[in-house]
Design a protein around this ligand. Structure first.
Ligand SMILES: [Zn+2]
Length: 477
């Protein structure tokens, strides 16, 4: 069979890997979108590198847009196969893909206005809501740890990877040789494990990554291939410290840019714990993002998939994502009203990298107020606004075309990351696998420096045949 690496090769976005079996079955591992500012990534997203009409299956590791975001686009371009994922991934995709279509419509409207002024041709969005709705009808859900038959010669098993609700390691058993049902058919089964994204050993709400079956070939992520995280418990205390210093002592607002799905629920859960323990100062907390509100509904539907700590809390608190001083906001006017309210509060809003969304307005309105804090809680790509404002030497920043003086505190807590660091990933891989029996390992989904460092860590852990494929590279296994 062949594996072609079509995205997330030497980068952390646009995950797409195409498997073509010798018997001609085409399986796309994830169908992620390149994410960036406005129309910057439009061309990269349109250049798929394969014909969507020829794809039989998309095996989807989890719902994050950098893994799922182009499914409606390939549907628009003729894909009529099946998308296989866990039930929670399907439900999350339903809201996240709609949100992505909405953001695209906004970006395109703004871009086309500019093109109109310059008398340049206009562009169309990659897809609209209609394509999202129709592509969702091609989803088939498979629970964790159930061996699912795609064809006579391809089987799939999902194992919980602990990265987000519904996330999975995808193990594909592929028969290579004569038809497997033939009498004494000649050939062999080969197993490919694709990690998608790997979660942390200990998360506030998610289960630890579960051990996955031995594989012959491993396709592994490497986001934090060169870094170690702080302790999880410290994050909780750190968060309380930032709340107290900002909202109690300085009487300012604490703005937390956060991904709507996963990170926001984790932050809310920690605040809920602090509230239950009587330690959270009595200030209003707002979750200001329609997507976050919808995602929280889905988390409430899958409470039994969350970890043992959450199950303990559920015995006396039937809503770990809600407490008296917390309000969820969907209405845009209520969101705008937060800007005029001078009282201390916590605002949790998307997007996490500060590239778009309501949080960008909150940051623009408060970045020059020395009483306020902007607290980053997740990974930011180096060129994003979220990464740029962390530069301590920076005095001014342009947001929405206006230069603003940075007077607010800009802080960061790393412990909330949804990605395991290299020690956690290596520990997880070596507990799951006999490294000597893994014939080849392909490192994907990481910045180049992280990938190179991760390669050394994998080698030290006993892996051999480790490769860092380039974008478009095809290998035979
Ligand atoms: Zn992810």
């Amino acid at each position: 069979m062949k594996i072609q690496f079509l995205g997330a090769a030497n980068e952390v976005t646009g995950s797409k890997h195409l498997i073509t079996t010798d018997r001609g079955v085409r399986i796309l591992l994830d169908c992620g979108m390149y994410q960036g500012k406005g129309m910057e990534t439009d061309a990269a997203n349109r250049d798929l590198g394969f014909d969507p009409r020829q794809i039989d299956y998309v095996v989807l590791s989890h719902a994050h847009i950098d893994h799922s975001g182009l499914i409606p686009y390939i549907y628009k371009e003729g894909f009529r196969g099946e998308v296989i994922c866990t039930p929670a991934t399907r439900d999350l995709c339903a809201i996240m893909l709609q949100d992505t279509a909405f953001i695209q419509a906004q970006d395109v409207r703004w871009y086309n206005k500019k093109m109109d002024r310059l008398h340049q041709p206009k562009v169309q969005p990659l897809y609209d809501n209609n394509h999202v709705e129709r592509s969702l009808q091609h989803f088939i859900t498979v629970p964790y740890n159930r061996r699912f038959r795609l064809t006579d010669d391809v089987f799939l098993t999902f194992t919980n990877s602990g990265h987000m609700l519904g996330s999975a390691i995808c193990s594909l058993d592929i028969w290579e040789g004569e038809h497997p049902r033939g009498e004494q058919a000649k050939g062999e089964w080969k197993r490919i494990a694709y990690t998608g994204d790997i979660g942390r050993l200990h998360s506030h709400i998610l289960c630890s990554p579960q051990l996955f079956p031995q594989c012959d070939y491993l396709i592994c992520e490497s986001t934090y291939g060169d870094r170690l995280h702080e302790d999880t418990l410290v994050s909780e205390e750190e968060l309380l410290g930032v709340v107290e210093s900002t909202c109690v002592y300085k009487k300012g607002k604490l703005i937390i840019p956060s991904f709507s799905v996963g990170r926001t629920q984790e932050i809310v859960y920690v605040l809920n714990q602090l509230y239950n323990d009587g330690r959270l100062p009595k200030i209003p907390v707002y979750v200001d993002s329609p997507l976050s509100v919808n995602a929280t509904h889905i988390f409430r539907m899958y409470l039994s998939e969350l970890n043992a700590d959450v199950q303990d809390v559920l015995r006396f608190d039937d809503d770990p994502f809600g407490f008296n001083t917390l309000r969820y906001i969907t209405d845009i006017n209520q969101s705008k009203a937060l800007n005029n309210n001078p009282d201390p509060c916590i605002i949790i809003s998307a997007s996490g990298m500060l590239e778009a969304g309501r949080v960008k307005h909150h940051v623009a309105n408060h970045i020059s107020d020395p009483r306020c804090t902007i607290l980053l809680v997740g990974y930011c790509t180096p060129t994003s606004l979220g990464a740029r404002i962390q530069d301590p030497s920076l005095k001014w920043i342009s947001i929405f075309g206006y230069d603003r003086k940075i007077k607010a505190q800009v802080s960061k807590i790393e412990g909330f990351s949804g990605h395991g660091d290299y020690r956690e990933m290596i520990d997880y891989l070596t507990r799951s696998l006999n490294t000597e029996a893994v014939r080849r390992t392909f490192i994907v989904h990481g910045e180049q420096s992280a990938q190179e460092a991760y390669k050394d860590h994998l080698y030290e852990a006993g892996f051999r045949g480790i490769e860092i494929p380039k974008k478009g590279e095809e290998v035979r296994v």
